[in-house]
Design a protein around this ligand. Sequence first.
Ligand SMILES: Nc1ncnc2c1ncn2[C@@H]1O[C@H](COP(=O)(O)OP(=O)(O)OP(=O)(O)O)[C@@H](O)[C@H]1O
Ligand SMILES: [Mg+2]
Length: 296
Amino acid sequence: MSPSDGRNAEGRGELNRPGQTTSPSDGRSAAVSRPILSVEELTMRFGGLVAVDDVSFTAETNDITAIIGPNGAGKTTLFNCITGFYRPSAGAITLHGPLGEAALHRLAGHRIARAGVARTFQNIRLFQGMTVLENLLVAQHNRLMAATGLGIGAVLGLSRYPAAEREAIERARHWLDATALLERADDPAGALPYGAQRRLEIARAMCTEPALLCLDEPAAGLNPRESDELSMLLRQIRDGGCSILLIEHDMSVVMGISDRIVVLDHGRKIADAVPSAIRADARVIAAYLGEGDEGE
Ligand SMILES: Nc1ncnc2c1ncn2[C@@H]1O[C@H](COP(=O)(O)OP(=O)(O)OP(=O)(O)O)[C@@H](O)[C@H]1O
Ligand SMILES: [Mg+2]
């Protein structure tokens, strides 16, 4: 069962929520824009079903780019293509990352992670029996292994492993602090309340120090206070230099923090603009009211 099911239904029709007039880009420099991710003519078919249909868009560096759309629009499928869970049927996905350009549509999932992409899942996927801290250390396993030269050196104590391990713990501590989980560090992840598990997923992703963080419905199941705290956390992550792709049904979060919004409906991109323009877009409103098939 998806924890977001009820939420998704509630989220419909909320695009014109009153009292949201400020642009999240206010005060941020619009002078330099540089893409972090380019998606070109991406198509993902499952048999006869076209889940993502010829979608192109660009996410800018240090932006929060939201991907919204009704249930079944193809949002998670798009993430699964970006993060290597699916090999797209057609099209290209390019990360303009710290290590140079990476053709994500051709890379295996672990190589995509190494190129600088991290994600969270629509349905929480933590190691429930491990402690909160252990979850964050496991996430850094690749980096720790690299520090040992991927060999027996660590066991013999002859490598850089101890220093790398200390750094991993420091990094975990930083993100535990940022996500208000420090006091729960030694508790099993499965014992945390739902909202805290969602934050832990974000902390875990951030421990890999990604250039692009992909979040699949991080506000699903959160209460309004937790959603506001999430918005603050995501702004902080963006302002710290990590670009964000955000799938979200909670329009108060989306409209409040997104720099740009891409709207999908039935696998197609139907809009791509700043929040104020999306809020006023007739096609988008129609899609959310379940009238997306009309006039096509
Ligand atoms: N592995 C798969 N095999 C077959 N069909 C799939 C698969 N994954 C997704 N689909 C279909 O692709 C379409 C898009 O699904 P997707 O999960 O990407 O939507 P979504 O926009 O994330 O929806 P939601 O808001 O409900 O999470 C749906 O019709 C879904 O049933
Ligand atoms: Mg989804």
